[in-house]
Structures are given as C-alpha cells and as structure tokens.
Design a protein around this ligand. Structure first.
Ligand code: CAA
Length: 380
C-alpha cells in the first residue's frame, strides 16, 4: 500500500494546476454567461498533451497513465468543468475507444489528430428515447455491402457542434438486441449529417452540447469499430473509463468549492470572529474535507485498477456515484458558507454548484451506476 504520488505525478498535477489558475480562471465567468466554447484554451490544453493523455506516443499521445489523467481532470475541474468535460470525452471515450478497439488504419487516420488536439471527438450514444436504456437504440445503420446508411437522432452530445470525429452507436439488426448494435466513426461534413441548435444548459455552459441528425448518412464499412455486433459492448467498455474521468471531474468541482469556502470562512467575520470559528461552519468544513478525501480514494482506486489491467467496471461506477454525490452536496454547502455572496457569480461557487449537477447525470446517471454496482456484487 502506498498512498503517495510519485514525483512525476506531482509534476503533472502541478502543471495542470498552474494551467488552470493562469489560463482557465481568467474569463471562466464570462464563458459561462455567454456559453462560449473555449477554442483557444483547447488548443493550449492540446499543446500540454491534455487531449491525448493516455494515448501511446506513437499516435501523438502523451503516454501517461490513468492516475495522471484523473490528476489533470481534478485540477482543470476545480476551475472550469466546461473545459474539463471536453478533455474527458476526447480522452476516455473517443481516443480510448479508437485506441483500444479500432483498426490500425482507423488509429492512423483519426487517433493521431484526436490525441494531438488537431481534431476534437464526440461520443454519440444517447437518443431522445434511449438515455439510460442504452440498448433501445432507434438510430439505424443498414448494411449495404461496402458501406452502412445511418438514420436517426442523437441527443445531448458533448462537443456536438465543435467535433470533427463522431463515434456513433446505431442498431444494425433489431432482432439481435444488444448484439445487433455497432459503433461507427463518422466525420464532420458527411452528407446528411446535421447539427441541431446548441442546448442552453444549467451548468457546464462553456461546453458545446447539441442534438445531431443523421439523414441517410453513408459511412464506409472500414469505419465500423470491431466485429459486427460489438457496438453495445464497445459503448459499455468505453463508458467504464469515461466514468473515471467524470468522477475526477466531480472530485475537482467539490475540491474547488471546498477551497473557496475554506478561504472565505477565514476572511468573513460575523458575531465578532471569522466564521470558520463558528462550529456551524467548522463542522461543514470537516464534513467536506472528509468526504472529498473519501471520494478521492475511490477515484484513485478506479484509475489504479485501469492502470493495473484489473476490471474497473464497478470501481469506476462507485467512484462516479460517490464523487458526484459529494460534488452536489458540498457545492451547495459552499454556497451556504458564502451566504449572500454565494449567490453572486464573482464568487464562483454558484457556478460550481450548477456544474456539479451534470456529474450525477451524464455518462450514466447515479441510478445507472447503482445498477452496474449491484449487478457486479450480486454476480461476484
Ligand atoms: N463490458 C462488457 N460487456 C457488457 C458491459 C461491460 N461493461 N456491460 C454490459 N455488457 C454486455 C452484457 O454482458 C450483455 O451481454 P450478453 O447479452 O451477451 O449477456 C449485454 O452487454 C447487454 O447488457 P445488459 O443486459 O446489462 O443491458 P441492459 O439493457 O440491462 O443495460 C446498462 C445495462 C448498464 C443499464 C446500460 O444500458 C447503461 O450503462 N446505460 C447508461 C448509458 C450511459 O451511460 N449513457 C451515457 C451517455 S454518453 C455521455 O453522457 C457522453 C457525454 O457526452 C458526456
């Protein structure tokens, strides 16, 4: 057992922390208000290797481990969860999906650009009637010999308008259920592929979320990922890694709110003393500190499982379930500690509270994580 970070991990964490403080913090409130996608910042994150953190350097990636990935995600998310979700989806859903299950040709054509940030990736599973119930795909991909024809609608797609490469999950044979689903790489600009209006969201407003429409979109057969019928398992395996990223995002949001609340409580005076000296506030800080530490252990354990080659379906679900609960509860507490100022944008905690909510919803709701965890413990 060793709970300490290596020198290399500390350097990676500090680089991400420095970047978040100097580059993400200025303008984060304005980007939230204007729902502005951080184009220039994505390029800077790409230059630091954050768009292909775990990708093999031979495909343009940084070749780091999953522990490094969660350290970077936590630091970015403390300041700007809109920027961090772009990083998370690109890394653990799109890059990982192609690197782990794509062909050599797919990796050469798409992965290198995604890992270097020249392209941005999106993961398209959710539909108007298939969110949690992901096997009920209505989008169809009909086999036409050397190509497929895709028709359907995808909802709530992160980086939906900005992406260049889309991993699209679709039903190829309804009678085969989850075994009749495939995943395809679809390029932006393919005829019949349309992006709907940007969603006006409660939180992570700087990220770019869209509905996508596929009308007779022709996709070459070589763009299918894996064997015929692998698409649902592909989505589940990829999402297990994605959930580590979102758990780290939730952890960062919680830690960011906690740090702001602690600082504020040491400055703000009431009844003749700094408010941290009142037990009502001190106990809130104690709960935050304890539960955030517990969330961090779960997040690190899930990342460690991935690095060790262990199965991480359950540990990633546990990390996401708990870290997102901690993020939601303690961002509310951080607003409470700030009192009236907590309700004002310039104090940041109201944004962190709004951003926290999505971590209990995307990449599998908390209820879905409980399904994954309970099925694992009952099966084992
Ligand atoms: N690895 C490998 N195979 C898996 C698997 C995994 N982790 N999970 C399931 N499977 C297999 C099962 O073994 C089963 O195979 P067999 O038929 O051969 O036995 C098959 O897949 C079907 O599995 P289930 O019977 O368990 O399917 P289900 O209909 O009960 O659904 C579920 C399971 C866990 C609820 C799943 O539907 C799920 O995870 N839903 C949530 C989807 C989700 O997370 N969506 C997020 C959207 S993406 C997003 O948010 C991205 C973004 O932009 C931020």
């Amino acid at each position: 057992m060793d709970f300490s970070l290596s020198e290399e991990h500390i350097m990676i964490r500090d680089a991400a922390r420095e970047f978040a403080q100097t580059e993400l913090l200025p303008g984060v409130i304005e980007r939230d208000i204007k729902q502005e996608f951080p184009d220039a910042l994505v390029r800077k994150m790409a230059n630091l290797g954050f768009m292909g953190i775990m990708v093999d350097p031979k495909y343009g990636g940084s070749g780091m481990d999953a522990i490094s990935y969660v350290l970077i995600m936590e630091e970015l998310s403390k300041i700007d969860a809109s920027a961090s979700v772009i990083v998370s989806v690109n890394n653990s859903l799109v890059c990982y999906g192609i690197e782990a299950y794509g062909t050599e040709a797919q990796k050469e054509k798409y992965l290198t650009k995604l890992a270097t940030g020249e392209s941005i990736g999106a993961f398209c599973l959710s539909e108007p009637e298939a969110g949690s119930d992901a096997t009920s795909q209505k989008t169809t991909a009909i086999d036409k010999g050397d190509h497929y024809i895709i028709n359907g609608t995808k909802n709530w797609i992160t980086s939906g308008g900005r992406a260049d490469v889309y991993l699209v999950i679709a039903q190829t044979d309804r009678h085969k259920g989850s075994h009749g689903i495939n995943a395809f790489i679809v390029e932006k600009g393919t005829e019949g592929f349309h992006t709907g209006p940007k969603e006006d969201k409660l939180g992570i407003r700087g990220s770019d979320t869209h509905t996508l429409q596929f009308n007779d979109v022709k996709v070459p057969k070589e763009n299918r990922i894996g064997d015929d019928g692998f698409g649902f398992r592909f989505a589940m395996k990829t999402l297990s890694g994605g959930r580590i990223g979102i758990a780290a995002q939730a952890l960062g949001i919680a830690q960011g709110a906690y740090e702001l609340a602690l600082k504020y409580s040491k400055e703000r005076k009431a009844f003749g003393t700094e408010i941290c000296n009142h037990q009502a506030i001190a106990f809130k800080l104690a709960d935050m500190h304890t539960e955030i530490a517990a969330a961090r252990h779960l997040v690190m354990k899930a990342a460690w499982d991935k690095d060790q080659g262990n199965n991480y379906d359950m540990s990633s679900a546990m990390a996401k379930l708990y870290a997102s609960k901690v993020a939601m509860e303690h961002t509310v507490e951080a607003v409470q500690i700030h009192g009236g100022n907590g309700f004002v944008k310039e104090y940041h905690v109201e944004r962190l509270m709004r951003d926290a909510k999505i971590t209990q919803i995307y990449e599998g709701t908390s209820e879905i994580q409980k399904i994954v965890i309970s099925r694992s413990i009952i099966r084992d």
